[in-house]
Write a protein that binds this ligand. Structure first.
Ligand code: GTP
Ligand code: ZN
Ligand code: ZN
Length: 514
């Protein structure tokens, strides 16, 4: 009888129970599956928080971008966002595998290896749970994949947006440069090369890292954050008027400071050409001083553009005020004497170049005069005392003229060499203007025969050069070479009250006209 019970009734009862259990299988499996999916989702959210916000070492699988090595912090969408995605993919995959295996292992242990109830009951339940885990794992994989995919899509769109913003900002800034007449960038006042975009030093005094290219991109769209944390505007147009940073030249062997105003306004380049001691330095000083006086009397504002120009002008002003003599310009490469004139839209950055007389005389020296290429107005300083005819005309009865102040270089010689140099540099002179400054007018004031009939009149000065000084050849070459030529008699001197001779103001006005 016992056999019947064991081999027939019990199996039948067990089968009957199994049959009763069968309808519950999908429900239990489904619930287990849902539980696994939500556990995975919950863990993935924690992972997101760890990777994107807490950023503690356990969430790092890809080495981070180090601002200390790269000088600045990256914009999130130029690298870090992709790095986060890669970390999420690696850690997400690990998390998925670990969670699913742990769940299977737990079922195996509890229902198969060490069940708390008889295996006859635990095994079918365990199999149901296996089924549920299989379903859950199967459903969670695409779900997590979709979440990561959505994030990747978002990152891709925002990265594209960020790049577009960077490009647009650069294009707008570039258009601004074109409008300011600086298609090739701004002029370096030390090496005279064009700088498309200067390098900037971090403004924090304790940092001073040099950033080679701060324009919108990898390290920030509107502001770049230096490794030290300081923020630097990425474009000239984002620098407010009173917080303009002084850039540095990007050319090798130079690296010297640019004017803080460079790039913010159109530039004018005014080379002073003339033989040694023709009066270039003194004329340059007088021009700036007369502009300064004009500004004091309600004319356009003027300020020296950099500390070096300010210091030089201070010395030159003193020389003018004590009516002393300027020292010969050093033969080292000249630096531009730069100032900003005007306000608002009329603002101009003017670079005046006073080149040592010798440079134009020896051909090999002229290579360094790159700024010439960009000039549209030239000043030729002509010392009448450098012309032999001048001395033969000198009125012996009149006051003596101090011959030591005369230039000893023949103007015709300097001019023809200079023009040749300028031409070899590829500058078209037929579109350029030439101001001829007949210098040291004050020295000749007492002797009407030594001055044009009407010294303030260009035609009169021209006739005088041709007829009295015998410079007809020179004058005709000038007229031929240049689009427009104007003659001025200038006295680069100031009176006791520091007022510059009026001849300089008229001359300067013409030179700065556009
Ligand atoms: N009285 C008077 N002296 C002048 C004038 N211009 C220049 N000088 C003097 O002439 C001399 C030469 O002038 P600079 O201005 O140094 O001449 P430069 O052309 O710059 O000469 P380098 O620097 O050698 O190329 C100096 O002693 C000046 O003081 C002027 O208009 N009037
Ligand atoms: Zn330079
Ligand atoms: Zn810094």
């Amino acid at each position: 009888m016992a056999e019947v019970l064991i081999f027939v009734l019990v199996p039948l009862a067990y089968l009957a129970l199994l049959l009763l259990y069968l309808p519950l299988v999908p429900v239990i499996a489904l619930l287990r599956g849902i539980a696994l999916v939500s556990e995975l989702l919950w863990r993935y959210c924690r992972l997101l928080d760890g990777v994107l916000r807490r950023r503690t070492p356990e969430f790092v699988t890809v080495p981070p971008f180090r601002a200390a090595d790269e000088l600045a912090h990256r914009n999130y969408f130029f690298g870090p966002a992709t790095r986060d995605l890669r970390q999420l993919r690696t850690l997400g995959r690990r998390l998925y595998v670990r969670t699913v295996t742990d769940a299977y292992r737990q079922v195996t242990a509890r229902q198969f290896t060490a069940p708390t109830v008889h295996r006859a009951f635990s095994v079918p339940y365990g199999l149901t749970l296996y089924l549920g885990l299989g379903l859950g794992a199967g459903a969670a994989a695409p779900l997590l994949g979709a979440l990561l995919g959505a994030q990747a899509l978002g990152v891709a769109l925002l990265t594209a947006g960020a790049r577009l913003i960077a490009l647009t900002l650069r294009a707008v800034d570039r258009a601004g440069m074109l409008l300011r007449g600086l298609p090739r960038g701004m002029l370096c006042p030390s090496c005279f090369e064009r700088v498309p975009y200067p390098a900037y030093d971090c403004p924090r005094p304790t940092c001073r890292r040099r950033h080679a290219d701060i324009r919108p991109g990898t390290f920030g769209l509107f502001r770049r954050r230096c490794a030290c944390g300081e923020r630097i505007p990425t474009l000239l147009m984002l620098m407010s008027r009173d917080a303009r940073l002084a850039g540095h030249c990007v050319h090798e062997h130079c690296g010297r400071p640019m004017n803080p105003d460079a790039g913010h306004m159109p530039e004018l380049i005014l080379p002073l050409i003339g033989g040694r001691a023709a009066g270039k330095t003194q004329l340059m000083a007088a021009m700036v001083k007369s502009l300064e006086s004009a500004a004091e009397n309600g004319g356009p504002a003027i300020r020296l553009a950099d500390p070096e120009s300010s210091a030089n002008q201070r010395v030159l002003n003193e020389v003018l005020e004590i009516q002393g003599h300027t020292r010969p310009t050093q033969k080292t490469l000249p630096r531009a004497h730069s100032f900003v004139r005007g306000t608002g839209r009329a603002e101009r950055l003017v670079h005046v170049f006073d080149t040592a007389g010798e440079r134009f005389v020896s051909r090999e020296e002229t290579d360094a005069l790159r700024y010439i290429r960009e000039a549209r107005t030239f000043v030729f300083v002509l010392d009448p005392m450098a012309v032999d005819a001048f001395w033969t005309r000198l009125d012996a009865a009149g006051p003596k003229v101090d011959r030591t102040l005369a230039s000893t270089v023949d103007p015709e010689d300097v001019f023809s060499r200079s023009v040749q140099t300028v031409r070899t540099m590829g500058t078209r002179l037929d579109k350029a203007r030439l101001a001829v400054a007949i210098s040291k007018r004050d020295l000749l004031a007492g002797q009407p025969t030594l001055l044009p009939a009407r010294p303030d009149d260009s035609d009169s000065a021209r006739t005088w050069l041709c007829e009295a000084l015998g410079l007809r050849n020179l004058v005709e070459t000038m007229d031929l070479e240049f689009g427009e030529v104007r003659y001025f008699c200038t006295a680069a001197v100031a009176d006791g009250a520091g007022r510059v001779d009026p001849s300089v103001a008229a001359f300067t006005e013409w030179c700065l006209r556009e």
